[in-house]
Design a protein around this ligand. Structure first.
Ligand code: WT7
Length: 570
């Protein structure tokens, strides 16, 4: 089969000479773009907002272009800088100090961004939570992080079990809630707060962000990032996002996930670029409308969204004028070659796949504007990154051989800890390599090709779900005796969640019961973690040590040979 290759385009892109830059590159070369390189004073919030607000040529430029169905707002760099100063003062009044964890559980809104940067300006660590989380997901994360302050909304506070969170001293509410809750009012506090704030200068290695993410075992883990990550946010903003002064940029990810912070917040604002924020879930027409109305030039989205657009048809697209759009990227799950081909036809643009993880903090393997695209490949490592395929002992494998996708330790945006869990952190590393959990191979020309996850982590519509969390929730339901959860391939969502359960005595299989169990997970954990399919079995296969054999469940589901079952319990 001839490999289809899409040549680099001729426009004036950043990082035109990938090979040459890569050969001589040192991360320190990026330092010159930051004020701290001269002043010695570090804070990512200063570099992303205040620096532009202090620049007469930049301060009145629109930083945040907010557009939701019921609200439109524009905030300049100066506005956002002042708003976040006010919020930082509110936090100080409530005794927030450097290193404290301050969480946000709210939809995207101008208040979210002011609060987010207010947190960073105090030197505290921000923990954004995805708005679809239900009570247990919220409780697990607030307990593990021992957050002392939470900012939330009247709708979402119902899912915050305040009486089970002794560490949570202050809840700040954007709106009004009933008497059942103890909180202070965001707007009242902000009205009384000063617009001036002495930012807390920190060390590059001080904490700034906690993102919880799922593995195949245990509760979600807190991935801890430090201010130093800005170096890579900036560099990839230039090379991969290809940001230029006049761009209007849109990243569709929610800041509850790492794409929504690294690339929905930091990369564009470190570059002083206008950033479109659009709340809520959208239909294809909403996507096209947002692109057209805001004259978006650079767009970072996900395969799930693109597949939805593909299935919506090209006629729908013809109604919109998207001529300003010049650069598209994708992340989160495999980008199907057909979608890349569709993109060429529909937008007359290449869609650039990018690979990275919550733990890596920023992009690592990417398709660059200046490189040819091989549809189906994640591309090549950015300058400063050494990527390889290794075996289970950390030895490098030759081209075209499948193995663990691994990165040589030590890049600016790498997580620095798993919160409260040093053993977990250590377990990522073998022989000087960070081992990703993905399997892949590298072709002779250095392009990387994703093959799948090596663990049981499920990727549904680009969202990472740990089977253990879903299984634990399922067995809380009185009807469920045992549960095993796997990802089942799905054309639009990548994977869907499928649960195998056995029932306790006295319960009979019925459609109503299955629906009730599904709802139980949906309302207890979160909508994206609820199994779309549930199958009842007499028992769930386990090893003799009692571990659910998800691999076997998956083989059954896919009609594959079951392989070695010697450890299967009688
Ligand atoms: C996992 C990380 C930070 C990006 C958002 C997801 C999968 C990510 C790709 C890609 C195939 C991909 C991997 C990875 N993934 N990008 N371009 N092609 N798979 O971050 O939730 O931490 O998930 O997403 O399996 O390990 P995350």
């Amino acid at each position: 089969m001839d490999m289809q290759v899409i040549p680099a385009r001729s426009e004036n892109y950043n990082l035109k000479d990938y090979q040459k830059v890569r050969e001589n590159f040192k991360w320190d070369d990026v330092n010159k773009h930051f004020a701290w390189n001269e002043t010695g004073k570090v804070n990512i919030a200063y570099e992303a907002l205040d620096r532009h607000a202090e620049n007469p040529a930049k301060k009145d430029k629109v930083a945040l272009l907010y557009s939701a169905p019921d609200r439109e707002e524009q905030l300049t760099f100066s506005d956002l800088s002042k708003q976040s100063n006010k919020f930082a003062n509110v936090l100080k009044k409530h005794q927030v100090n450097k290193g404290d964890r301050v969480f946000l559980f709210m939809p995207r809104s101008p208040e979210f961004y002011a609060a987010f940067f207010g947190i960073l300006k105090t030197g505290a660590i921000a923990g954004p939570l995805f708005e679809a989380f239900m009570e247990q997901a919220v409780r697990d994360r607030l307990q593990d992080s021992e957050a002392s302050v939470l900012i939330t909304t009247p709708e979402l506070i119902e899912r915050v079990p305040q009486d089970e969170l002794p560490q949570l001293e202050t809840v700040i509410l954007v709106g009004e809630a009933g008497v059942a809750h103890t909180y202070i009012d965001y707007h009242t506090e902000m009205a009384g707060a000063s617009e001036a704030f002495d930012i807390e200068w920190v060390d590059l290695e001080d904490g700034m962000l906690l993102h919880y993410t799922s593995g195949s075992t245990g509760k979600p883990k807190g991935v801890y990032h430090v201010h130093n990550a800005m170096i890579q946010h900036y560099a990839t903003g230039e090379w991969v996002l290809d940001l230029k002064e006049d761009d209007v940029y849109w990243c569709t990810a929610d800041p509850g996930w790492v794409t929504g912070t690294s690339y929905g917040i930091f990369a564009p604002w470190l570059h002083g670029v206008t950033n479109v924020i659009r709340g809520g879930r959208f239909t294809p027409d909403d996507w096209y409308e947002t692109l057209e109305k805001n004259k978006i030039t650079v767009w970072y989205t996900a395969p799930t969204a693109l597949r939805m657009l593909v299935s919506h048809g090209e006629e729908a697209l013809k109604k919109y004028d998207l001529l300003e759009l010049r650069h598209i990227m994708s992340v989160g799950e495999p980008l199907n070659p057909e979608v890349v081909t569709w993109g060429l036809k529909a937008f007359n643009l290449r869609i650039h796949d990018t690979w990275w993880m919550t733990e890596t903090g920023a992009q690592l393997i990417v398709n660059l504007p200046a490189l040819e695209i091989r549809p189906g490949s994640m591309g090549k490592p950015i300058p400063g990154i050494v990527a390889s395929i290794v075996d289970n002992e950390g030895n490098e494998l030759p081209p075209n051989q499948m193995g663990n996708l691994a990165i040589k330790e030590g890049w600016p945006s790498m997580m620095r800890q798993i919160w409260n869990n040093p053993g977990k952190y250590e377990s990522y590393f073998i022989n000087g390599w960070y081992v990703s959990g993905d399997s892949a191979y590298r072709d002779e020309d250095g392009y990387f090709w994703f093959q799948g996850r090596l663990d049981d982590v499920i990727n549904t519509s680009g969202e990472r779900v740990g089977p253990f969390e879903v299984e634990s929730k399922l067995i809380e339901h009185p009807a469920v005796a045992e549960a095993g959860v796997i990802g089942k391939p799905h054309p639009e969502r990548g994977e869907i969640i499928k649960a195998f359960i056995s029932l306790n005595e006295g319960y009979e299989k019925s459609d109503e019961l299955l629906e009730e169990i599904r709802q139980f997970v949906k309302t207890g954990l979160s909508a994206h973690a609820a199994p779309r399919e549930i199958e009842i079995r007499d028992s769930i296969p386990k090893t003799r040590s009692g571990k659910i054999m998800r691999r076997l469940l998956k083989s059954w589901e896919l009609g594959l040979p079951t392989g070695d079952t010697s450890t299967l319990e009688e």
